[in-house]
Ligand binder design. Structure first.
Ligand code: SF4
Ligand code: SF4
Length: 251
């Protein structure tokens, strides 16, 4: 008798999982939204007036652990300067056969010229395509990353590509939480301050961040769980948040 009950126990487990929400998606037809700090394909940014941010200082090339950046600076022509500095990045190349997306180049850049998008789904059939030059890395006249034929861009992957992506953004130091410490970008303007640990100065809607206490609420001590996620009321609130939002009726 006990053995036959064991047999049905297996079905019980299967049936229980049948009713749980599916966590997989049909990739690559569907992609999950990327995290705000995802490290993907680089972009070379411009200031809001269209000038290039790169000053050709080569700090990014110097810090790259796999030597995959090649930069050459040139004096700005006095009559039509390319960047606000004395020099600008005349040659800029990244070899994606070597890049490990560590973001050290982004950290080292003094002008937030080189940053990363969230798009990492790209592949090549020859070496030349894998070496991105300035022509491919520099944002277009509207400030958006250029989209090459072998790159799979989806909604949101070109968002927050500015200096915000640096690990040294203010969220680590309480005194600088909510303080913008980067210059504006062509097309996007001055990006919102990154959400920090202090809930009073968070702007999660602007940055797409989620408060860690909410994401990991199931792993916290009861007192650390946000009040609106506690107990039965909390479970109802979670369910409500998962329901698809109805479009607002036109007034
Ligand atoms: S992300 Fe890292 S490996 Fe890639 S170019 Fe920058 S410093 Fe080099
Ligand atoms: S991207 Fe930044 S670090 Fe690299 S050369 Fe240009 S200004 Fe210097």
């Amino acid at each position: 008798m006990a053995k036959s009950l064991d047999f049905f126990g297996g079905f019980k487990l299967t049936i229980r999982h049948l009713t749980r929400p599916r966590v997989t998606v049909s990739y690559p037809q569907a992609k999950r939204p990327k995290q705000p700090r995802q490290h993907g394909r680089h972009v070379l940014n411009r200031y809001e007036d269209g000038m290039e941010k790169c000053i050709g200082c080569e700090l990014c090339a110097g810090v790259c652990p796999v030597n995959c950046i090649h930069v050459r600076g040139l004096d700005n022509p006095p009559d039509h300067p390319v960047s606000p500095g004395e020099r600008y990045g005349y040659v800029y190349e990244i070899n994606y056969l070597r890049c490990i997306h560590c973001d050290l180049c982004v950290e080292a850049c003094p002008t937030q010229a080189i940053t990363e998008s969230k798009m990492f789904e790209f592949s090549f059939t020859n070496r030349a395509d894998a070496i991105y030059t300035k022509a491919e890395l520099l944002v277009d006249d509207q400030g958006f990353p250029q989209r090459l034929p072998w790159e799979d861009w989806r909604e949101g992957e070109a968002a927050m590509t500015g200096g915000w992506m640096r690990a040294t953004s203010p969220s680590g130091a309480a005194a600088y939480e909510g303080v913008v410490q980067w210059t504006g970008d062509l097309g996007a303007g001055v990006r919102a301050a990154e959400a920090g640990q202090n809930e009073e100065v968070r702007d999660d809607v602007a940055t797409g961040s989620k408060a860690l206490r909410r994401v990991f609420s199931k792993h916290l001590q009861p007192d650390d769980v946000p009040a609106d996620l506690r107990g039965v009321a909390g479970r109802l609130n979670e369910l409500k948040a998962k329901l698809p939002k109805r479009p607002k009726a036109a007034s």
